[in-house]
Design a protein around this ligand. Structure first.
Ligand code: UD1
Length: 425
């Protein structure tokens, strides 16, 4: 298993280019199953999860070709409607093929995603929505089996806004007979990006980005090009890298309007932020103040930035309370940050951080994608050397992270040591 070694203490300076959003690319790639015709997607991040989605589409029979950050997919012919356990266990977002397979081919068999490091993460709302659209859904030997001659439009209310659930239902409804209304839908920018791609292919969707999405089903979708939106979580992670090292960093090719909650919270913490159209300039020269944060569905503060902000708050003056409301056990990074000297107490779904701490480099263990990012950030600020184990988690969502950080002046290297184990998150 690879290890990342960081010698901290250098303020980061310079510019970094933000890549395409993993969480937009994954549903967009899955949605290619909804029709024949060539789909050419650009700004696709070369991260492990995206490669896994390509492998899954290949197993289903689609023609998949990656070149750099471009993916060309033609799903005119599908030879299997089964997403096997071996792949789903490595990436729970594989469940995104369920809606498209069912809508276009009348059946889907998808291994049930298991629990993961951040919580139990059920898919009951995906299944209830598909059942409302007329699918016969059952569980057999660890697999979800869904069948429907043709899905029919339905009125669906999601008990809680679910990102991949909304995406699965929106994709399925695109080919259903009649109109589907998804109420209490998730509003993330990645959902809007997926809707924009589907509409370019002939889908009729109204309201993506609001909590009511209306989809009028069509008979078929054709191929199209699409440029994936920039990754707001990657962008946020580099902003915190600048802030935690008290540096000056410019992000290029990002969408500041997708990052309002984070930008406001960083300003509240004393970081200077200036926003241009596709650029964010950060200057963290002044002392950092502890702040309170509550994660929420978009446009609230993203849970995918929680671990990074906990790391930042360890070096800020005063007490910060970070409340996690989206996932039940997303504080695995806290124990590791304590090993670096952080003063953090976890009380239920709240982490109370007392700062500032002079973090000290230590060997630490990554538990999931964003927790790993939090540890890298702490390592950049810490005195001495931090060694991060199980760093394969990072590769699932960050493209060339060490290289990009070195471009900003960080001392960070990857030590390659054999294959990464599979897990499910
Ligand atoms: C997506 C993102 C992930 C992010 C999360 C929350 C992708 C590929 N992943 O995950 O990075 O952290 O949104 O922003 O886009 N829930 C149910 N039943 C369901 C579905 C969800 O109870 O059927 C609950 C979950 O347990 C969780 C909450 O809803 O508490 C939100 O989860 P959800 O939005 O579905 O997360 P994902 O789509 O898995």
């Amino acid at each position: 298993m690879d290890r990342t070694i960081i010698t901290g203490g250098t303020p980061l300076r310079g510019e970094v280019q933000i890549g395409g959003a993993k969480n937009a690319a994954l549903p967009i790639l899955a949605s290619t199953i909804l029709g024949g015709g060539e789909c050419v997607m650009t700004n696709v991040p070369r991260v492990v999860d995206v490669v896994t989605m390509g492998k899954l589409l290949g197993i289903l029979g689609a023609k998949v070709h990656y070149e750099g950050n471009c993916a060309v997919i033609n799903a005119a012919v599908i030879t299997s409607t089964q997403a096997p356990y071996d792949l789903v266990k490595t990436m729970r977002a594989s469940v995104l093929v369920l809606g498209p397979l069912l809508a276009r081919w009348g059946e889907a068999t998808v291994s049930m995603p298991g629990g993961c490091a951040i919580g139990s993460r059920p898919v009951n709302l995906h299944l209830a929505g598909l059942a409302k659209m007329g699918a016969d859904v059952s569980m057999e030997h660890g697999y979800i089996r869904a069948k429907a001659k043709r899905l029919t439009g339905a009125q669906i209310y999601c008990d809680t806004p679910t990102v991949t659930g909304t995406e699965n239902l929106m994709m399925a409804a695109s080919l259903a007979q009649g109109t589907t209304v998804i109420e209490n839908a998730a509003k993330e920018p990645e959902i809007v990006d997926l809707a924009n791609f589907l509409m370019k292919r002939g889908a009729r969707i109204d309201g993506a980005g609001s909590d009511v999405i209306t989809i009028e089903g069509v008979r078929e979708l054709h191929g199209s090009d699409h440029d994936v939106i920039p990754d707001r979580i990657e962008a946020g992670t580099y902003l915190v890298a600048g802030a935690i090292t008290r540096g000056t960093v410019t992000l290029n090719r990002c969408r500041p309007n997708h990052m309002d909650a984070l930008l406001m919270k960083l300003r509240e913490a004393g970081v200077e932020i200036q926003v241009d159209k596709e650029q964010i300039h950060l200057n963290a020269g002044s002392p950092l103040k502890g702040i309170d944060i509550r994660t929420l569905p978009y446009p609230g503060f993203p849970t995918d930035m929680q671990a990074q902000m906990v790391a930042l708050m360890t070096v800020a003056e005063g007490t910060s309370v970070i409340t996690e409301t989206v996932f039940e056990s997303r504080f695995m990074h806290v124990e590791e940050l304590r090993r670096m000297g952080a003063d953090i107490k976890v009380e239920g779904n709240r982490a109370v951080v007392a700062g500032p701490t002079k973090l000290a480099g230590a060997p630490v263990m990554a538990s999931d994608l964003r927790a790993s990012a939090g540890l890298v950030l702490a390592g950049l600020a810490a005195e001495g050397t931090t060694e991060i184990l199980r760093v394969y988690h990072l590769d699932r969502g960050y493209e060339r992270m060490e290289e990009k950080l070195r471009g900003l002046g960080a001392t960070i290297t990857r030590h390659k040591e054999g294959a990464a184990p599979a897990d499910n998150c």
